[in-house]
Design a protein around this ligand. Structure first.
Ligand code: EPZ
Length: 418
């Protein structure tokens, strides 16, 4: 099992290149089932993407990946389509459940494994099934699989989500693509990754209108056979490196981004006293002199993202006073706390609120990664802690961060994979 070894307290200097978004790529790969040929660029070469590609190949797509060019070419002849998304692939990469919508749209049937839970929560898919049923799909759960079919095809309707869900919004968009008439989705998630999926579906010939949290999809009249699409940058990876720079950076420059997408994160760091220079497509960040405490609630976009909660908590450990972070999205997303406490952090959890008392001196230790974002918070802690930190089970990191140690080494961090 690979580990990461970090020698802390070395200032970060230099430039960081942000990869394409994992969470935009996954639904777009699922949507590629609807197309004849797709060329995707700016793809992050991370584990979850390879798993989704395995799933598409299992279904019958022919796929070429270029790791050098960060691109994927997908050709669907689909003579022998397999409308099955098996447990062995979906259990390790939950976004496999997004195959449901496109398989129903294209083949009127699907057998997709229930994704099961993960470290951060039970991760139900009831909202996905609620939306598909509203569009006319017949759904049965049997032996851990979702059996869905729609012999006469899906029919457009109005769907009001009782709760905001990124995945359920994406599955509904993919199912509504060819549903008869018009589909109106209300109380949708509107993350930038969903907007990227919508841009992809528009290239496929869809007419989709977005008005706040309402999305209207008109039945697709013409499928564009061959399309190209460049994946948007990864705003969570960006936020992660912004926090690294805020912890121990000197003029870290990050370019080729859209700072409009991270207004909330920029405001939070400014309120904490971080020195940030912001332009439309780049940002420059240095460690703050004195960090001020802050109170944060994780919320659906454009609120503060749950995927940056663990990372921000590390910054809070260095702030003066008691900061507060309420995790509103997932029921068990404080798995990084016990490990941070072993490094000297002073954190008290009460229900879904973490009280972070700072500043606390962090000391390197041997720690265990548990989920993708908890793992990267341990890397951030290791960068600012004195002595050495060893992080075990870094396969969690490799699911969503491309060349993490390489990008940090380029900024003078003393970090290596062993
Ligand atoms: C997406 O997960 C992201 N994953 C997550 O990123 C991200 O944390 C999450 O959205 C929230 O932003 C991908 O895009 C691949 P949800 P998703 O449906 O779609 C509950 C990462 O680190 N819910 O918005 O699964 C759910 O339990 C990952 O990159 C239901 O109750 O998130 C959660 O409490 C982690 N029923 C809340 O809604 C459902 O049918 C939000 O989940 C679906 C979700």
């Amino acid at each position: 099992m690979q580990k990461l070894l970090i020698k802390g307290k070395t200032s970060l200097k230099g430039k960081i290149l942000i990869s394409g978004s994992k969470n935009a790529t996954l639904p777009i790969l699922a949507a590629s089932i609807l197309a004849k040929e797709v060329n995707l660029s700016n793809i992050p070469m991370v584990k979850d993407i390879f798993t989704m590609v395995e799933l598409l190949k299992f279904m019958g797509a022919s796929i070429k990946i270029s790791k050098k060019k960060n691109s994927i070419n997908i050709k669907n002849n689909f003579k022998k389509i397999n409308t099955l998304a098996p447990y062995k692939l979906v259990k390790t990469m939950r976004a496999g459940v997004l195959a449901l919508g496109p398989l129903l749209t294209k083949f009127k049937k699907a057998k997709v494994s229930l994704p099961g839970g993960c470290a951060i929560g039970t991760r139900p898919v009831d909202l996905h099934l609620f939306a598909l049923k509203k569009l006319g799909a017949r759904i049965k759960i049997k032996d851990g699989y979702i059996l869905a079919n729609t012999p006469k095809g899906l029919v457009g309707t109005t769907i009001i989500f009782p709760k905001i869900s990124v995945g359920a919004t994406e599955n509904a968009l993919l199912a509504a693509f060819n549903a008869r008439g018009k589909t109106i989705l209300k109380n949708c998630a509107i993350e930038p990754e969903i907007m990227d999926l919508i841009n992809f579906l528009k290239k496929l010939g869809s007419r989709i209108d977005v008005k706040g949290r309402k999305i209207i999809i008109f039945k697709n009249e013409k499928i564009i056979k061959k399309i190209k699409h460049k994946i948007i940058f990864d705003r969570i990876e960006l936020g992660t490196y912004m926090i690294a720079a805020a912890l121990i950076g000197k003029k870290i420059k990050i370019t080729k981004i859209d700072t409009n997408v991270i207004k909330n994160e920029i405001n939070v760091l400014k309120k904490m006293g971080i020195d940030i220079k912001v332009s439309k497509n780049s940002i420059e960040i240095s460690k703050g002199k004195k960090l001020k405490k802050i109170n944060i609630k994780t919320m659906p976009y454009p609120g503060f993202p749950t995927d940056l909660q663990a990372q921000l908590m590390v910054l809070m450990t260095q702030a003066d006073g008691t900061s507060k972070i309420v995790e509103n999205i997932f029921e068990n997303r404080f798995m990084h706390v016990p490990e941070l406490k072993r490094m000297g952090a002073n954190i008290v959890i009460r229900n879904k609120t973490a009280f972070v008392i700072g500043p606390s001196k962090l000391t390197g230790a041997e720690v265990m990664a548990t989920d993708l974002r908890a793992s990267v918070s341990l890397v951030l802690a290791g960068l600012v802690a004195d002595k050495r930190t060893i992080i075990n089970r870094i396969y969690h990191l490799d699911r969503g961060y491309e060349k993490l140690e390489v990008k940090l080494q380029k900024c003078k961090a003393l970090i290596k994979r062993i």
